[in-house]
Design a protein around this ligand. Structure first.
Ligand code: NDP
Length: 458
């Protein structure tokens, strides 16, 4: 891990990173996210090092304001008591109420919660909307659970979480394993306990009770708006390109939908078991039926289209990355693309990688891609459309109004164009070429650090 900081000149920055590694040694995803952000901030740190040092700005930035960890007991369908861990990390509230999704997945632990919440601070700052960074979730596995089990789990989770959230305090949303169904159960329990209709306390709600049109589509659509802008800035047209998309959940599905609308042929999609490949282009209606309605495995695509091929994951490189495409869109989970996979993508002639997921590339992988002139749309900028539209949902809830799909989608598109411009401007100001990862980190850091300094040592 230390090799990553060897090139840093700022003693202050180097010390902060070294201490952070030592203090969080068992939290590898969190350390990875810290290193990724902090190492790219050096040009800004050097401009203002004394102030940042005096006010311990970086030390405060990397320490969560609060971590809540709690037990979630629930009854399964056999009447047996099950117990899971629950978390909410309220990382940084300097520019608005904490905001970030809830993840239900067996891999969830404190390290993953902290990395996601840390990323969220910068992502939310880039949206230009007044939202701070947070994240939460549980090691509960929703796979193969009945609807009643999901409901009982969500109710128990919210019974504790409700003490810590509120529309001006902390506003959770969905993430892996938490979609419209789970948000509905969580909101119902919140409303019952509080005896008040505070619609703005959760986002990603159903349309019948305060949800926003275009929220479901927002992360995927936003990713493609960002991608289009990034390619345009580099004189590349989206039309006629090919793409592969890892994952087949919310982000992957609506990335695919918008990609197709932009004239891109999506050749493959995946889940955690393997991928389906269709040389004529994936039929998204089948994927929606399998994933959104039947909650089944992607392999079932073959039942609808026997000409397609299915490849099971069998090596360290997920099967989908063996398929050549111009644009690669990792929309599943963290560390999907390691250095070996990045090398494969470069040798396959990949033009661009768009991170729909949070931290889908390891630090070594993303640096390799950038060094080899692959255009990388970094997750904290490119997938910010989801949280941005969540903030639009909060605005509609406060105004007790609802905007049309077109109106919301247009606002989303403008936000994504603005996010890309912020990344590009930072790249120009600091001579970073097309390193939009560094550009995103710098643009977001400037905003958050200004707010933190203005608010004193808290
Ligand atoms: P979903 O639960 O809807 O879908 C997750 C997808 O990723 C599924 O296809 C799942 O496959 C796959 N997946 C999960 N874990 C793994 C794994 N270990 N290896 C390979 N594939 C895996 O989640 P979302 O689509 O909401 O989220 C996807 C990513 O996007 C996450 O990184 C999330 O943090 C990020 N994100 C989501 C936002 C949103 O608005 N929802 C906003 C911004 C970022 P399987 O069914 O087999 O588990």
């Amino acid at each position: 891990m230390s090799t990553y900081v060897e090139s840093i000149k700022s003693e202050y920055l180097k010390n902060v990173i070294d201490n952070a590694i030592e203090k969080n040694i068992n939290e590898k995803e969190f350390i990875q996210a810290l290193q990724e952000v902090l190492t790219t901030l050096e040009p800004v740190i050097l401009q203002n090092e004394d102030t940042y040092k005096k006010y311990a700005l970086l030390e405060r930035l990397i320490e969560p304001e609060r971590i809540i960890s709690f037990r979630v007991p629930w009854l399964d369908d056999n009447g047996k008591v099950q117990v899971n861990k629950g978390y909410r990390v309220q990382f940084n509230g300097s520019i608005g109420p904490y905001k970030g999704g809830l993840r239900f997945n067996p891999t969830v632990n404190q390290s993953i919660m902290k990395f996601l919440a840390f990323e969220q601070i910068f992502k939310n700052a880039l949206t230009g909307l007044p939202i701070g960074g947070g994240k939460g979730g549980s090691d509960f596995d929703p796979k193969d659970k009945s609807d009643m089990e999901i409901m009982r789990f969500c109710q128990s989770f919210m019974t504790e979480l409700q003490r810590h959230i509120g529309q001006d305090v902390d506003v959770p949303a969905g993430d892996i394993g938490v979609g419209a169904r789970e948000i509905g159960y969580l909101f119902g329990q919140f409303r019952k306990i509080r005896n008040a209709y505070e619609a703005g306390v959760l986002t990603g709600k159903g349309l019948s009770y305060g949800g926003s049109l275009a929220r479901k589509e927002a992360t995927g659509y936003g990713l493609m708006y960002f991608m289009k802008e990034m390619l345009k800035a580099n004189n590349i047209d989206t039309n006629g390109k090919t793409a592969i998309i890892s994952g087949s959940g919310n982000v992957a599905i609506y990335t695919c939908e918008k990609a197709k609308q932009m004239g891109i042929k999506v050749l493959a999609m995946s889940d955690s078991n393997g991928c389906i490949y269709n040389e004529n282009g994936i039929d998204l209606d089948y994927i929606k039926e399998i994933k959104e309605v039947r909650r089944s495995r992607i392999k079932d695509y073959l039942n609808y289209n026997p000409i397609a091929k299915y490849f099971e994951n069998s090596s360290e490189i997920p099967a989908i990355y063996n398929i050549k495409a111009d644009i690669v869109l990792p929309c599943a989970t963290q560390n999907d693309i390691n250095l070996e996979t990045a090398k494969l993508l470069v040798s396959n002639g990949t033009i661009a990688v768009g991170e729909g997921a949070n931290m889908p590339c390891t630090n070594e992988a993303i640096n390799y891609l950038i060094e080899n002139k692959v255009l990388v749309a970094p997750g904290k900028a490119a997938n910010a459309g989801g949280v941005a539209t969540s903030a639009l949902e909060m605005s509609q809830n406060s105004m007790r109004t609802s905007w049309s799909f077109e109106e919301t989608d247009k606002k989303l598109e403008n936000i994504m164009i603005n996010i890309f411009n912020q990344c590009q401007n930072a790249c120009r100001e600091y001579n970073l070429g097309t390193n939009y990862l560094a550009g995103a980190n710098i643009a977001a850091f400037k905003k958050v650090s200004e707010a933190m300094l203005a608010q004193g040592i808290i």
